[in-house]
Design a protein around this ligand. Structure first.
Ligand SMILES: [Zn+2]
Length: 123
């Protein structure tokens, strides 16, 4: 269980994190507007290089939206008082770990178990 001071610190971290992602999402939308404006008169080589770069931006935006979701979930858990409880074993996640990654849903032991589970069978 988090103290109110710890909860306030995590809320500040999550809000700052969300601000950063929203700021970079704005950058991405500027990029797509610029792209439309500068398209005219380009040859097909430039066009395909631009397409590749635009694809990278889209993937970034997609990853950002997943992170944004994770932040929203974490803030919901914070409000409900369940942030800092491991989803697997219900043990308390260490505050240092939460401070480093407030969206953590697993304690370090369960995280390591889960990562070990992704190894090739028999490897
Ligand atoms: Zn656990």
């Amino acid at each position: 269980m988090l103290t109110s001071i710890q909860a306030a610190e995590l809320r500040t971290l999550l809000e700052a994190f969300r601000e950063r992602i929203l700021a970079s999402a704005n950058d991405a939308s500027h990029f797509s507007r610029d792209r439309d404006r500068t398209r005219m008169g380009r040859d097909s080589v430039d066009e395909s290089a631009e397409e590749a770069m635009y694809g990278t931006k889209l993937r970034l935006a997609d990853r950002d939206s997943q992170t944004l979701n994770a932040i929203e979930v974490a803030m919901g858990r914070l409000a409900a008082g369940t942030l800092g409880e491991c989803e697997e074993c219900e043990e308390t996640i260490g505050f240092a770990r939460l401070r480093a990654r407030p969206m953590s849903k697993l304690c370090i032991e369960c995280q390591e178990d889960r990562e070990a589970g992704f190894e090739e069978p028999g490897a």
